[in-house]
Ligand binder design. Structure first.
Ligand code: SAH
Length: 410
């Protein structure tokens, strides 16, 4: 592509060669140190031409001199970033979901970097959309984004969930509300794998639900079905994603733990709504404390209740690489305790959503916990994020969720 080349009127950025290679490989972020030279006056939020040191055109991106991420690549072609551009990108994103999640009507439609739209997330709960904007370039084009979403999906309402602290790194304030259509402060009901769930787009966790687990909800439930009438412990339940799937798959009882009474109340309502109310129990607790109390059976006292299946789906224990050692201690602790609560032959389904802990490290932590409690594990499945959260290996930050299922051999 040579568009923009030698055009002195197009403001542009010239990259250092190592950075140019990263961009060619598909990485959308350029930090200050990656920029060799700026040509012309660059306004924050503007679309600028990006070139390598030999003046070869690499594409266009959003510039923001106030952000550590100076440049976010938007296209490898010289395109106008307008309503038509967003419409095309949204149609492509929709086609991807239709291919890989053919039965789903609720999913993440746009997952920022992994859909080549750095700074934009769009979740779809049936006919309600929730957007989250974390870059100035996207914020300045919000009207085009909303118009394009209306054209492609004809939603009943669009909510903006821009109450994320990271917006300040781009010079943006936090805001939240219904921006198109109407939503009477209601929970939005949606179907997932044939079960009814509810999202609370205005105040719920994330944009209302953990859509990235939707395939794993189904896969773990298929394994739970091998333990007919089995007992399941669902740690970090939230609104019951795993719990409801497990109950439908034939679990006799599912014990749900979460520190938020609100999400467990929703889980309870959903259990009733799905005709599974008699199987679920709920406890509002800190999982660390609960596991510690349950798994430490002092000499002479009755052994703790053991489960056929334990599910661990904690929040990320670290957002930074520097906090990794603490995070690993946290992961080890819950595994030590959870493994003590499993019957021989039982199943542990465990997840880690921290980008900084890779699958190998995560498994090492689990094995070290298993060694300490003298248990031997057989790995029977590996899990990743659902395909509506695409992974681009050339953009390592797009991969974060990993999980395993282990059978306790002894
Ligand atoms: N399993 C859920 C998603 C879990 S998200 C699903 O499939 O939909 C993580 C959950 O952990 C949140 O609901 C949060 O409230 C809860 N949580 C975070 N720290 C906790 C702790 N120490 N003890 C109990 N719950 C915790």
């Amino acid at each position: 592509m040579n568009e923009g080349k030698n055009n002195p009127r197009v403001p542009g950025v010239v990259l250092r060669q190592s950075e140019a290679d990263r961009v060619v490989a598909g990485h959308p972020w350029v930090f200050e140190r990656g920029i060799q030279r700026v040509e012309g006056e660059l306004a924050d939020g503007a679309v600028v031409a990006v070139k390598d040191g030999r003046q070869r055109f690499l594409g266009v991106g959003f510039f923001n001199g106030r952000s550590r991420i100076r440049l976010r690549m938007i296209s490898h072609r010289n395109v106008a970033v307008d309503r038509a551009f967003f419409e095309e990108r949204f149609r492509e994103a929709l086609a991807l979901r239709t291919r890989w999640l053919p039965d789903a009507r609720s999913f993440r439609l746009v997952n920022a970097e992994s859909d080549f739209l750095s700074g934009l997330i769009v979740d779809k709960y049936e006919d309600v959309l929730v957007i989250q904007i974390s870059s100035l370039g996207m914020e300045q084009r919000k009207d085009d984004i909303l118009a394009a979403l209306e054209a492609v999906l004809e939603p009943r309402a669009i909510v903006e969930r821009n109450d994320i602290p990271s917006r300040r790194f781009e010079g943006l304030t936090e805001t939240c509300g219904v921006v198109r259509g109407e939503l009477a402060g209601e929970q939005v009901a949606f179907e997932l794998n044939g079960l009814t769930f509810e999202a609370d787009p205005l105040t719920g966790q994330k944009t209302g639900f953990y859509l990235d687990q939707q395939v794993n909800h189904r896969l773990v439930a298929e394994m739970v079905a091998h333990y007919p009438q089995g007992s399941v412990l669902d740690c970090f339940s939230s609104t019951g994603g795993f719990a409801l799937h497990a109950a439908r798959a034939g679990a006799g009882s599912v014990h749900c733990l979460d520190q938020s009474a609100e999400v467990l109340a929703t889980a309870g309502r959903l259990a009733e709504r799905n005709g599974l109310g008699d199987r679920l129990r709920y406890e509002t607790v800190n999982v660390f404390d609960w596991l510690k109390a349950r798994s430490a059976a002092p000499e002479g006292e009755t052994a703790p209740e053991l489960f056929d299946v334990v599910i661990l789906d904690p929040p990320s224990f670290t957002r930074t690489r520097s906090a990794l050692p603490d995070a690993l201690r946290g992961y080890k602790e819950i595994h030590l305790r959870a493994l003590r609560l499993l019957k021989p032959g039982g199943l542990l389904a465990t997840f880690c959503c921290s980008h900084h802990v890779d699958a190998r490290t995560f498994q090492d932590v689990i094995l070290s916990a298993a060694f300490d409690v003298r248990r031997v594990l057989r790995r029977v499945a590996t899990f990743t994020q659902s395909p509506d959260h695409p992974i681009l290996p050339s953009v390592p930050e797009t991969e974060y969720l990993k999980g395993f299922a282990f059978e306790v051999v002894r």
